[in-house]
Design a protein around this ligand. Structure first.
Ligand SMILES: C[S@@+](CC[C@H](N)C(=O)[O-])C[C@H]1O[C@@H](n2cnc3c(N)ncnc32)[C@H](O)[C@@H]1O
Length: 257
């Protein structure tokens, strides 16, 4: 799968508004000052921008992504960062030396359960905390609601579990599965809500999101998807959407913060 920089830029303000503030603050306290932070699936570096300021000003970011063009943008926006082009499938090759916190955002739902298990084992052995934000949780609600919304959500959620590059994805179960897996690998895990709340000020994001949901639902065989997307896009100026996400923080048992 590839992600355009334009799409990542469009979603970044909604992501920033949605991130759970308490969990973000807890992650900052856990990592402390002068932290080296490894960000998985960095894209253009939105996670680093969500953390910037205060105690995080002294952090060093190590960005990891399979897309060199996105990493070029990340590096141009964060010139002090280290960038590593690699496939996240290769967990044993992750550059964890000296790392105090591993982060990710909008990533876990794309990844397989076996990958999550392997990552949890590796981080558990190394005693490194893990912050993973904006994991889609399968809940989408529109206001006003439409007759086809639930069926489209069900189709979209099925599509979310298809292979996104390295095996069947966890999709909407990623937050709960990651919580379970990390809990069994020596971590205290907190899972918090971080929904997108889209209104008239996010009309373009809302439009592109609906188009993407419609395409995914159609690919699963939902024959109403094109009509649903067309009607929803026509109504964006008058509609609100809630797209459910969770943020997760996993701290090794016995860590001070
Ligand atoms: C939805 S984007 C999120 C980007 C960024 N974290 C953000 O929140 O804007 C997912 C990112 O993960 C990367 N990615 C997905 N699967 C990958 C894999 N198997 N190996 C390396 N990078 C991967 C993509 O290139 C993309 O940059």
């Amino acid at each position: 799968m590839s992600f355009s920089p334009d799409w990542l830029a469009l979603r970044e303000p909604a992501d920033l508004a949605a991130r759970n503030r308490d969990l973000l603050a807890h992650a900052i306290a856990v990592a402390g000052e002068d932290a080296v932070v490894l960000d998985l699936g960095s894209g253009t570096g939105s996670t680093a921008r969500a953390f910037q300021g205060g105690a995080c000003s002294s952090w060093t970011w190590r960005f990891v992504d399979g897309d060199p063009d996105l990493l070029d943008i990340a590096h141009s926006r964060h010139p002090q960062s280290e960038c590593v082009v690699m496939n996240l499938r290769d967990i044993d090759d992750l550059p964890l030396a000296g790392v105090s916190l591993v982060t990710a955002s909008a990533l876990l739902d794309l990844m397989p359960q076996t990958w999550m298990t392997h990552l949890a084992q590796r981080l558990g052995q190394a005693g490194i905390p893990f912050y993973a934000a904006l994991n889609y949780d399968g809940v989408m609600q529109w206001s006003p609601a439409g007759a086809g919304d639930d069926a489209i959500t069900a189709s979209f959620n099925r599509h979310q579990q298809t292979d996104k590059g390295i095996g069947p994805a966890m999709g909407a179960r990623s937050g709960a599965l990651a919580q379970h897996i990390l809990s069994h690998n020596g971590f205290d895990v907190t899972l918090s809500q971080s929904p997108w709340q889209l209104g008239a000020d996010q009309a373009e994001l809302h439009r592109q999101l609906i188009a993407g949901i419609g395409d995914a639902a159609r690919e699963t065989g939902n024959t109403d998807a094109a009509h649903w997307a067309q009607a929803r896009i026509a109504d964006v100026a008058h509609a609100k959407a809630m797209i459910g996400h969770t943020d997760l923080l996993a701290v090794p048992h016995g860590s001070p913060a």
